[in-house]
Design a protein around this ligand. Sequence first.
Ligand code: SF4
Ligand code: F3S
Length: 106
Amino acid sequence: TYVVTEACVKCKYTDCVDVCPVDCFHEGPNFLVIDPEECIDCTLCVAECPVEAIFAEDDVPAGQEHFTALNAELAKKWPVIIERKEPLADADEWAKKTDKLSLLER
Ligand code: SF4
Ligand code: F3S
């Protein structure tokens, strides 16, 4: 499966949503997740994300492994998003920052 990681927090560009053939993205207030039970590993979303937030489960960067479980957990709680929308305000500023996990709203 593919996993959305920290770079997405407070950006939520949503370019990824448009290309997913199985609508497996779920939307929270300031982050998206992929439902691991729906993702078919097509890889299309990876190149779409302007902040390179999406990785194959086996390639999640060191220190961000917990995002795999977080995607699975939050995909069960959050609604599906099927269309691209405007990024969050200040997304371009937040795109340059790291250590955003504590800012993730549920
Ligand atoms: Fe959707 Fe493909 Fe990305 Fe999985 S890898 S989330 S199926 S676009
Ligand atoms: Fe997030 Fe990138 Fe999609 S910022 S919403 S994973 S395009």
